[in-house]
Design a protein around this ligand. Structure first.
Ligand SMILES: Nc1nc2c(ncn2[C@@H]2O[C@H](COP(=O)(O)OP(=O)(O)OP(=O)(O)O)[C@@H](O)[C@H]2O)c(=O)[nH]1
Ligand SMILES: [Mg+2]
Length: 459
């Protein structure tokens, strides 16, 4: 699934900068380096060199570092060129390298190809390769720290420890398979059920950690929904700390989704303000409302905002009807926070007397907004601690979920009256495979290719 050819790419971001780095990796790099610089490079040392074009004119003075295989990022020979960081200049350096590396088959790298080679050469596992991309894409300081932990192997080590425990249990069970009459006795003597429970408990903890890790990596799609004029756009502006959306006293002001990303306690929140939900004959507004429903259908959390004017009629048919429609449209397990806005308009007693469990805020004065932020974090299951947190992806969660399902099944096959050691062992094996997929074991090539192709060029 990988080419044996040397590859080259600009490793730094496009645009002007003081320094731009070009990375070359692959077999037979020394001849390319010598053709480029007419000089033997000392490995792992900075070499100040001049690169010239075919006519002998200077292209750039740069620093080259040569890493001899296998002691490099990719595990192959690697040459890093620290040039001046101009896009045209880097283009020229690339062109010259490709010219002089032609005989060795030097080609432009595909997205993620450096990381893929690092993975294939066992420099990092798949979860670590993903952590590199996540470190680069991190949207908050907490996400940077989480990705750095995953890259160091904290997540992979936990997965591997669990795989090892399942392996031990499998060895025990499989060695008893030839003696069917001893099944019950075996389960008891080997404490197989207890050991399985312990494994399940550990998997549960890993899943909880990974759920937090996914929140840290991807953040939360937070949708502000409700009837027109309840103050959705005002709340967006309040949370963002600036006038992102237009606010007017006219019902139906917001026509399209307005998005703004903020962080709350280090967690990225992608807030989507939507058009107020109501029946309308206005074509443009109707389109906007259609988009509101689409946003609700893809939300991680919905704030169902209501106006305090309706607080006494909170169970009025219209509000209840709208709430029922929103609940119906939500994706599975998506929480809804009911929030009542414009608390500043309520007489003092009214706000205290309210028995509604909803949260009372004022987008205008900011009253209650800090509490709302905390409620937002609670509703999405953010545990509040970034201590030791890792980053995780949907892919990891899916593998962990499937592993948990197999362990549940294996437990059923160890239950009295339904004992089958063969199926017990088989489900253990399947659980183990799913965990292995996280670090890349037994993952089909096409899936691997798909994962790395999502990386950008130069990674
Ligand atoms: N007194 C008071 N007025 C508010 C508050 N929040 C919003 N408003 C007012 O309510 C009106 C509607 O606010 P918007 O934020 O535009 O409401 P919306 O829900 O986005 O409305 P649509 O976009 O039409 O769906 C404006 O006049 C705001 O100034 C609040 O907390 N207190
Ligand atoms: Mg609005």
């Amino acid at each position: 699934m990988t080419r044996k050819l040397p590859i080259i790419a600009v490793a730094t971001a496009p645009g002007k900068a003081g320094v731009g780095v070009i990375r070359i990796s692959g077999p037979q790099l020394l001849p390319i380096a010598e053709a480029l610089f007419h000089k033997a490079l000392t490995p792992r040392q900075t070499n100040l060199l001049t690169l010239r074009d075919a006519r002998g004119e200077t292209i750039d003075q740069l620093i080259a570092i040569y890493f001899a295989a296998p002691a490099s990022f990719t595990g192959e020979d690697v040459l890093e060129l620290q040039c001046h960081g101009g896009p045209q200049l880097l283009e020229l350096v690339m062109k010259r390298c490709l010219e002089l590396g032609k005989d060795q088959g030097l080609v432009i790298a595909e997205p993620g190809e450096f990381s893929l080679r690092a993975y294939l050469n066992n420099k990092i596992d798949l979860a670590q390769a993903e952590a590199i991309a996540d470190l680069i894409d991190a949207q908050s300081e907490a996400a940077v720290r989480g990705a750095a932990r995953s890259l160091q192997g904290v997540f992979s080590n936990d997965i591997n420890a669990l795989i090892e425990e399942i392996t031990q249990l499998r060895i025990l069970v499989e060695s008893t398979l030839d003696f069917p009459e001893e099944e019950i006795e075996f389960l008891e003597n080997a404490q197989a059920r207890q050991r399985l429970s312990a494994v399940m408990e550990k998997l549960h903890k890993l899943r909880e950690g990974a759920k937090q890790g996914k929140i840290l990596r991807d953040g939360i799609q937070l949708v502000l929904a409700g009837a027109p004029n309840v103050g959705k756009s005002s709340l967006l502006n309040r949370l963002a700390g600036e006038e992102v959306a237009i606010v007017t006293p006219i019902a139906g002001t917001t026509r399209d989704r307005v998005k703004e990303s903020i962080t709350i306690s280090g967690i990225p929140m992608h807030i989507i303000d939507t058009a107020g939900l109501r029946e309308t004959s206005d074509l443009v507004e109707a389109k906007g409302i259609e988009r509101s429903w689409e946003a609700i259908q893809a939300a991680d959390l919905v704030i169902f905002l209501q106006d305090s004017n309706s607080i006494n009629a909170i169970d009025s048919a219209a509000v209840l009807d709208l709430k029922a429609q929103i609940l119906k449209a939500l994706p599975p397990k998506c929480p809804v926070l009911e929030v009542i806005n414009k608390s500043d308009l309520l007489a003092n007693e009214a706000s205290h007397q309210s028995e509604s469990p909803s949260l009372l805020i004022s987008a205008k004065t900011g009253d209650g907004v800090e509490t709302l932020k905390q409620k937002i974090l609670e509703s999405v299951g953010w545990g509040g601690s970034q201590e030791g947190a890792i980053v995780a992806r949907r892919r990891h969660l899916d593998c962990l979920d499937r592993a948990a399902t197999h362990l549940d099944k294996s437990q059923q096959f160890a239950a009295d009256g339904n004992i089958s050691l063969e199926l017990f062992a088989e489900e253990l094996r399947l659980a183990q495979d799913q965990l292995g997929h996280i670090t890349g074991k037994l993952l089909p090539d096409d899936l691997l290719g798909k994962i790395f192709s999502q990386f950008c060029i130069g990674k």
